[in-house]
Design a protein around this ligand. Structure first.
Ligand code: ZN
Length: 512
């Protein structure tokens, strides 16, 4: 069966056939594209003693070495490591291929040359949103941009959006995947799209004016910003009656947040709204979305594109694959990428419901899905947050606990040291936007109990703010990305100790 079947019928093939076609595509991709044009992976294959001909099934993928975030980071000896991962085609090798010779005879040499340019020449890039680490560029050729458009079009399809709809893209205007995927989702899906660039580019007031004028059916953006946008719009009595779906990216999406956003949509005069989450990362050059699901059901998970990607789930401790539906770390391998390419890329993200090839209970598609909550372990490690006040804190859990807490809107967790002394104890300050006129004393007690029972931590202080104050704290309209977790702990190294609290090192945790 032709590999085109995999592309055309990506959402309806039975598991056995899907996996067979994925394995065939993987073998061909490694043999004809990655190994001939990637010196880096040729060497890694050699070191691992793996021949490409031995990769015949998806299980054979396990024979390949992992690529980790650390492999991508620059070192003093290798200051441009990202270049190792860019495919560099060899024109002579391409020219010798029978299919090239045949195409040149039929279409002419110029057309063949243009085809290779479009396939391999890097013409676009996005960056990882590194916090402690330097951002790493990831390159796209025209072929990758075509795949980005395909992924955008499928996102629209999965969200069940229609052509006559209008889409409001509020992701920050930046060389980050989220903005560009949303842009291509509109253009590839044939839908009118307005990209505002997020709070920093246009400011919240102007964004609200556009929201009012556009009256969109769909809003895409980062949860924290969308919450502020809709909250402020509701305060101003803005009507947005056409709104049907809110598509979120860049941060986790808890049930509590979905509920709050649906309530805000109601205040704006909208009917029932689907709040859908996406999951993606720079190295994948795509993101995956949930299909609409009933509010009393669990999320059906992120629908993958099996013609573009193979996802494996492994035990993060042993690196061994786990059975379908079991929790583990997400490992990514592309099936047709050019430009920057990573194989068996360990994301550091763990999903608690694992991977399933079973038909989706909501839409019936048989495309593989990632199910459950995703914990971005990498963030915790990068920020050195895993040990706070002597307790192992799960910050992924913390976000859920606070998002799901009743009577609070936006929030921010601030980490300090007592008296800003690096040798002192950690302090955790919880900044909270109070909603529905709740009683502060009672709310303080409830929040303290919540933090202790779920996370075993006691916030040192809980401070209440109005909407305007919490917007200022989070940097809405000022920062490219709003801050939910800030680390104001002075650095341990006295030589680098910042002089005052306003100039303290200011990490950002959330992820695009
Ligand atoms: Zn579905």
């Amino acid at each position: 069966m032709s590999l085109h079947t995999l592309t055309h019928l990506w959402q309806e093939l039975p598991e056995a056939q899907l996996r067979r076609l994925q394995a065939a595509k993987l073998g061909r991709y490694l043999r004809s594209t990655v190994l001939p044009f990637s010196a880096y992976y040729r060497k890694r294959f050699e070191q691992a003693g793996v021949s490409v001909d031995s990769i015949r099934t998806l299980e054979d993928l396990q024979r390949l070495p992992f690529t980790t975030k650390a492999d991508l980071l620059n070192t003093p000896e290798e200051p441009q490591r990202f270049k190792d991962f860019i495919l560099v085609p060899d024109p002579a090798a391409l020219g010798r291929r029978p299919e090239t010779i045949l195409r040149a005879m039929v279409q002419g040499r110029d057309r063949v040359r243009q085809g290779f340019e479009a396939e391999f020449r890097p013409i676009f890039m996005t960056f990882t949103t590194g916090r402690s680490a330097e951002p790493t560029p990831f390159f796209y050729s025209q072929r990758d941009l075509d795949h980005l458009a395909t992924a955008g079009g499928r996102l629209v399809q999965l969200c069940a959006a229609k052509r006559e709809e209008r889409l409001f893209n509020t992701f920050p205007f930046a060389p980050h995947l989220a903005f560009w995927l949303a842009h291509y989702a509109g253009t590839a899906g044939g839908i009118m799209v307005l990209s505002s660039g997020g709070g920093k580019v246009m400011g919240t007031e102007a964004t609200i004016r556009h929201l009012r004028k556009l009256n969109p059916e769909a809003i895409l953006g980062i949860p924290t910003f969308i919450y502020h946008l809709l909250h402020q719009a509701a305060e101003q009595g803005v009507r947005c009656p056409s709104l049907r779906r809110i598509v979120l990216g860049g941060e986790k999406v808890s049930d509590g947040l979905r509920l709050k956003l649906r309530e805000l949509a109601r205040e704006l005069g909208a009917g029932p709204v689907d709040v859908l989450a996406t999951y993606g990362f720079t190295e994948a050059k795509q993101a995956w979305v949930e299909c609409p699901f009933s509010q009393d059901q669990p999320s059906p998970g992120y629908h993958l594109y099996p013609d573009l990607t193979v996802i494996e789930i492994i035990d993060p401790a042993t690196g061994q694959p786990v059975p379908a539906g079991h929790p583990g770390e997400i490992v990514f391998t592309p099936l047709d990428a050019r430009g920057s390419v990573v194989l068996r890329y360990r994301t550091g993200d763990c999903i608690d419901g694992g991977l399933t090839y079973a038909p989706c209970p909501c839409c019936g598609r048989t495309t593989p899905r990632l199910v459950g909550n995703i914990s971005r372990r990498s963030e915790v490690k990068e920020m050195n947050l895993d040990k706070l006040k002597g307790t192992l804190v799960d910050f992924n859990e913390l976000e859920h606990v606070l998002d799901d807490a009743p009577h609070i809107g936006a929030w921010q967790v601030e980490l300090r040291k007592v008296n800003d002394d690096p040798l002192e104890l950690d302090e955790l300050i919880l900044h909270v936007q109070k909603v529905n006129g709740a009683d502060e004393i009672q709310l303080t007690r409830e929040l303290k109990e919540r933090c202790f029972s779920y996370l075993d931590i006691h916030p040192n202080r809980i401070l209440f703010h109005n909407a305007e104050e919490i917007r200022r704290l989070q940097g809405v309209g000022v920062l490219l990305k709003e801050q939910k977790l800030v680390d104001h702990r002075p650095l341990n190294n006295p030589a680098q100790l910042p002089p005052a609290s306003t100039t303290n090192q200011n990490h950002e945790v959330a992820h695009v």
